[in-house]
Design a protein around this ligand. Structure first.
Ligand code: SAH
Length: 244
């Protein structure tokens, strides 16, 4: 049996936002590996072993997947959204870098709809001009760097998407993010809190920076901030395609 490994994105939550390509590899898989809540989104069936693991063990997961695939298993590593956006694809390559014996394996990365784009579509078109994505967690980088990038992105007038905005273990940091944004963008800039997009718990709210409070975000929220031209049109928010 020839093994292979696919690293896939399951999209933001809704079943019909899983791409047909991802569905197809899941149908052929012998093993699914990933963070518990993502593995739980894969239907159990005969011949499929589900390996759910805890958060923050990405390299162990990648090693496990490489080992199984090299032994002939058909392995799928699942991420939410897109696997290349603050997720498992980079972790897999980090593990692969240290294991040249696996460099010949059949490895595929299959994209998914990332939270930022699903949220933007719900709101209208807030990312219609240049934008950037920043992970606000300081698990894998120093907090100073988060602040630095945030400030420069705001000064460059990018629209922005923030992943992992706020968790119980670092409640004060998102308050600091809002403070920096108010300094750089002023009180009237639009900010969108998109929680649990495309799930039954979905909640989207658009306010100005002046009205925004840290409690509006949690770990199931992706936060979008417009650029200086972003505005409301009816119940939507959009960013014009041109400036100046
Ligand atoms: N790979 C994922 C991101 C993983 S980081 C992707 O491409 O979407 C986890 C963060 O993603 C969460 O803290 C939250 O900020 C965001 N996120 C994931 N799914 C979401 C959803 N359905 N609605 C809103 N934000 C979501």
């Amino acid at each position: 049996m020839t093994g292979w490994l696919a690293v896939v994105g399951l999209g933001p939550g809704q079943e019909d936002m899983v791409t047909p390509q991802v569905r197809a590899v899941l149908a052929e898989a012998t093993d699914v590996i990933g963070y518990f809540p993502y593995v739980a989104r894969v239907a159990p069936r005969e011949g499929l072993t589900l390996h759910g693991s805890d958060n923050r063990v990405e390299i162990d997961r990648a090693d496990h997947a490489l080992r199984l695939a090299s032994q002939g298993a058909r392995v799928v590593i699942v991420s939410s959204g897109d696997p290349g956006v603050f997720a498992m694809a980079s972790a897999l390559f980090e593990a692969l870098e240290a294991q040249p014996e696996h460099h010949g394996l059949d490895i595929r990365i299959l994209p998914g709809i990332t939270a930022m784009l699903a949220a933007a579509a719900r709101a209208g078109a807030p990312l219609g001009h240049d934008f950037c994505a920043i992970n606000l967690s300081d698990n894998l980088k120093p907090w100073d760097l988060v602040e630095h990038r945030l400030r420069l992105a705001a000064q460059a007038d990018f629209a922005m998407g923030f992943y992992n905005p706020r968790s119980a273990s670092r409640p004060h940091q998102f308050a600091r993010v809002l403070e920096i944004l108010r300094q750089e963008c002023g009180p009237d800039r639009l900010i969108i809190f998109a929680r649990a997009v495309s799930t039954p718990d979905e909640r989207i709210s658009t306010v100005t920076l002046d009205e925004a409070t840290p409690e509006m975000a949690d770990m199931r929220t992706v936060v979008l901030v417009g650029n200086s031209a972003t505005r409301r049109v009816g119940r939507f928010v959009y960013t014009p395609r041109s400036v100046g």
